[in-house]
Design a protein around this ligand. Structure first.
Ligand code: 5GP
Length: 239
């Protein structure tokens, strides 16, 4: 069944959200914009939106097949997904298998350390405060989520990590870390947002070649960033 696209509901740095004729669903359109440093660095990479939409669709579908509940319904066009409308929780949930990025600046941990078991961290989505790290007590005190919901978020994150790690490893890729966002629908917690190289760190397992937004963060050319995203798309979506 084809859906009729309505008005713009929300506009983010890299995605637009539109209403659909079915009020329980929304359309997520991925833009070609690439940003870093809380939006202070910003460029456009033509074609990036459809690469990220395709990768997100494949990975959300994979999670669905493994009973890891998320918002994905289907692709609408090459750069847009139809997803369930969620009441989003303003928290970023990061899961780390290997130490890199902000954790090695914050804690006495050597870059590249492989954790015995994954580490989960929560960050409040609050640009003005620089997305501070919070814990489950803060989440309950700020009425962001109940204890039961936090347990569900942790369980879904760990299960997503297992499924993604295994799948990416079958394609010769290593998952260092990733960020998820969650929302509620009819009292149920689901994974929302996106799942692509803008919000995960993925390396070639044998060469260590970087295939994610770290390239852009660290000053690679837009062409290099695009080539890495295209390679990841080929290895995740086309094989
Ligand atoms: P870190 O805390 O090391 O900067 O990031 C950990 C993981 O979460 C990385 O995979 C990174 O891409 C993702 N991440 C952290 N913050 C954000 C954010 O604001 N937006 C996106 N798209 N990903 C984020």
């Amino acid at each position: 069944m084809s859906h009729k696209v309505g008005g713009l509901i929300a506009s983010g740095k890299t995605k637009l959200v539109y209403s659909l004729d079915d009020p329980s669903l929304v359309l997520l359109r991925f833009k070609d914009d690439v940003t870093a440093l809380d939006g202070k660095k910003r460029d456009v990479i033509p074609g990036k939106g459809s690469l990220n939409a395709g990768i997100s669709a494949r990975l959300f579908q994979l999670l669905k097949e493994n009973n890891v509940h998320n918002h994905y319904i289907k692709m609408y066009d090459p750069s847009s997904l139809i997803v369930r409308k969620l009441d989003m929780i303003p928290v970023e949930v990061v899961c780390r298998n290997v130490a890199t990025g902000s954790i090695v600046k914050r804690l006495p941990i050597t870059e590249g350390t492989v954790f015995d078991s994954p580490i989960i961290e929560f960050f409040l989505k609050d640009d003005a405060r620089g997305d501070p790290m919070i814990n489950s007590w803060h989440m309950m005190a700020l009425k962001l989520a109940s204890k039961c919901e936090i347990d569900e978020i942790v369980e879904l994150t760990l299960r997503a990590n297992d499924v993604l790690k295994k799948f990416l490893s079958s394609r010769g890729l290593m998952l260092l870390d990733f960020k998820l966002e969650f929302g509620r629908r009819n009292g149920e917690i689901l994974i929302g947002d996106e799942l692509d190289p803008d919000c995960m760190r993925v390396r070639d397992a044998s060469t260590g070649k970087v295939l994610d937004k770290d390239l852009y963060r660290k000053g690679a050319s837009l062409d290099e960033v695009k080539k890495a995203y295209e390679e990841l798309y080929r290895r995740i979506v086309e094989t």
